[in-house]
Design a protein around this ligand. Structure first.
Ligand SMILES: [Zn+2]
Length: 288
């Protein structure tokens, strides 16, 4: 969540230290850690640990590593990034030098652009992705663990990567699923796409898995993800037909019962465009 990251940074400057993170176990060797930004995955391999997403700030990254050390004495050797947003990436600043950082090639491009733009929220220059995924599917075996990295289309961002553990039947979706929001969250400024989101989520529900760790919020069942997909498809079709009737964005928002942008994010921080706005912009090429 790009803008959320700004909000978190501003809040962090004034707020007391954040609540401690919470570790949840999914399988004997797989955990997820909640708090401090996006959810993180922890996969314990034969000799080392693979992390999925690295929290928002250097302090958050350090807390994540401290929590991993409570699970296992094995060193963190590999990080997989689900996308480029700061609340999943910037905690990498506290990670050891030389850690392998795997990301989709478009994620790297987005981080490079954010780094040249500079300012608050820029990714840590010493910890950019150093192993890029260019194919839509890569089957890896990292430290004895089978891991599939999947990309169907630009969805939340252009550089989304879904992390699938076929033996454990677990999927880390990144922000393709942001479970605290009613609708898909799509960053048009990172070339995300509602059509791509639907294609991606269809791919996710087709996986032989039963636990889906979202980028934000609690673990989802397959039925949860299927419902989210069906709701989004129906809403997109409705918006499409209203656009075809020449309705304005405001008319469409009221007809589909769109939450106000602030409510759509739970009332926190600067508003992201809602799913309705995103689809409207895509179909009309208008900036609302
Ligand atoms: Zn995000």
């Amino acid at each position: 969540m790009g803008l959320a990251c700004l909000f978190v940074s501003v809040a962090a400057a004034q707020a007391p230290p954040p609540a401690p993170f919470t570790t949840h176990q999914l399988k004997p060797n797989v955990y997820w850690i909640e708090g401090g930004g996006g959810n993180s995955g922890v996969i314990v391999g034969d000799k080392g640990v693979i992390i999925v997403d690295a929290k928002t700030t250097p302090a958050g990254g350090k807390e994540l590593l401290d929590d991993v050390a409570k699970i296992t004495p094995k060193p963190v050797t590999t990080v997989i990034l689900t996308h480029s947003d700061g609340d999943h990436v910037n905690g990498l600043a506290s990670f050891p030098a030389g850690v392998k950082i795997i990301a989709h090639e478009n994620n790297k491009k987005e981080q490079d652009a954010a780094l040249s733009a500079g300012g608050r929220g820029a990714p840590p220059a010493e910890h950019l992705p150093n192993q890029l995924v260019t194919k839509n599917k890569e089957n890896l075996k990292i430290d004895g663990v089978r891991i599939e990295l999947l990309h169907w289309a630009p969805a939340h961002t252009s550089g989304d990567l879904v992390v699938y553990l076929p033996s454990e039947k677990i999927v880390f979706t990144g922000d393709i699923i942001a479970a605290q929001l009613p609708d898909p969250l799509i960053h048009l400024e990172k070339h995300g796409s509602s059509e791509g989101w639907i294609a991606t989520t269809k791919g996710i529900v087709a996986l032989n898995a039963d636990q889906f760790v979202p980028g934000h919020g609690i673990v989802q069942t397959k039925a949860d993800v299927q419902k989210r997909l069906a709701d989004a498809e129906a809403k997109r079709e409705k918006i499409k037909s209203l656009v075809a009737q020449g309705k304005s964005l405001e008319e469409i928002r009221s007809e589909v019962g769109d939450p106000s942008p602030a409510a759509g994010r739970g009332g926190r921080g600067p508003a992201f465009p809602t799913f309705t706005e995103v689809v409207y912009r895509e179909l009309t090429n208008k900036s609302a």
